[in-house]
Design a protein around this ligand. Structure first.
Ligand SMILES: [Ca+2]
Ligand SMILES: [Ca+2]
Ligand SMILES: [Ca+2]
Ligand SMILES: [Zn+2]
Length: 366
């Protein structure tokens, strides 16, 4: 890995537009792995940093990557893939693009200085080359915050009469969803700022039903390079097992504050928007929570938990190796980030979850 490459990338930093000068995307350049798929990616968080996110890709939908390690500004390992469920950081095992966001827990705040991502790419042909970038947010942090939202309609006109960019603002079902989303996120201290509506200008016929992770990633790749959270409304999501998926987030966490990547937004299945707008709103609150750096308090198969000290802990009462909402009533099922969140039951967030979201690059003080 080359220090000069890193510095050249740093010079390419660009302002992201009016009202968002506190959030800056910087290209870091290309990095070549060794024959084992490993490469160190240093990235620099500026003075006054609130959050910092590094991401590397694209390496394709047939390839997975994760963090072998992450070192903080003192060179201390703060993440180790031998113990991925411990400490204050989480990293996914993801296709095509790997984002690592700090902070995802009050236990590991962002700090100015050089961090290092030890990237491991499991490509079939090694060594391989990836491009990396980073987004840094500086400035103030507040308890009450706002996020701008872009709703992109992908061929869903007809599910709810006239549901498209022209009429979305006046459509009763869309408005019921937006209102309910605002109420759910209110418990995070997060209000909806500007809500924009646009029509997908790509291949609607292909993407209105998202078939598999490649279509999912390719749809997210069309996300604009703005400091906002983009939700794609589609007619169905089918990952190949025959079941309809209600929503999917890039990441988690998503690539926040930088468009054009396969992790730059959230896809929402709105087939039920007329019958059950509250269900669609809960999916947006949950998947949008993933995008903003929140994980499931406990995975339903008990395979991991979030890095937050104040989220509910549920024990597997019946010892069958799986957690259900019924089993975790009063000890997890009330949290919106519960893996099987149910309308009317999953209605709140924890204080630590609000702390994390307040610092995300696409969120700003109200
Ligand atoms: Ca399709
Ligand atoms: Ca926890
Ligand atoms: Ca159980
Ligand atoms: Zn989830």
């Amino acid at each position: 890995m080359s220090r000069s490459l890193f510095l050249v990338g740093f010079l390419a930093a660009c302002d992201m537009g009016a009202g968002s000068e506190d959030v800056v995307y910087t290209e870091l350049g290309e990095f070549e792995t060794d024959a084992d798929g490993l490469v160190s990616v240093p990235w620099e968080a500026p003075e006054g940093v609130v959050s910092t996110e590094v991401f590397c890709g694209p390496y394709g939908y047939d390839t997975l990557a994760t963090a072998d390690f992450v070192n903080d500004t003192s060179g201390a390992a703060v993440y180790d893939d031998e113990a991925p469920s411990t400490g204050g950081l989480r990293a996914g095992v993801l296709d095509d693009m790997l984002p690592v966001l700090v902070p995802v827990s009050p236990d590991l705040p962002a700090a100015a200085g050089e961090w290092t991502l030890g990237l491991w790419v499991a490509a079939a042909a090694l060594p391989t080359t990836v491009s990396c970038g980073m987004v840094n947010r500086v400035g103030d942090v507040a308890a009450s915050n706002t996020v701008d939202v872009n709703v992109v309609f992908v061929g869903v006109d007809g599910i709810s009469e006239g549901m498209n960019a022209n009429s979305g603002g006046g459509d009763a079902n869309v408005q019921a969803v937006i209102t309910a989303l605002g109420e759910l996120w209110g418990d995070l201290g997060l209000a909806l700022g500007e809500v924009r509506y646009s029509d997908f200008d790509g291949d609607v016929g292909t993407y209105t039903t998202v078939d598999g992770y490649e279509e999912f990633g390719d749809l997210l790749r069309t996300t604009a390079d703005d400091v906002e959270l983009t939700f794609y409304f589609v007619q169905d999501i089918d990952l190949g097992d025959g079941a309809s998926v209600l929503g999917l987030s890039g990441g988690p966490p998503g690539v926040a504050g930088h468009g054009g990547t396969s992790k730059s937004g959230v896809v929402v299945n709105v087939a039920n928007i007329v019958a059950d707008p509250d269900q669609v709103a809960l999916i947006m609150a949950h998947e949008g929570g993933h995008f903003l750096g929140l994980f499931h308090p406990t995975e339903k198969d008990l395979s991991g938990e979030d890095p937050l000290g104040d989220t509910p802990v549920c024990s597997d009462g019946d010892g069958d190796g799986a957690l259900t909402s019924a089993e975790c009533e009063g000890s997890g099922a009330e949290n919106v980030m519960w893996p099987t969140a149910q309308v009317g039951t999953a209605t709140g967030f924890s204080a630590d979850q609000g702390w994390v979201v307040a610092r995300n690059p696409v969120v700003r003080p109200e």
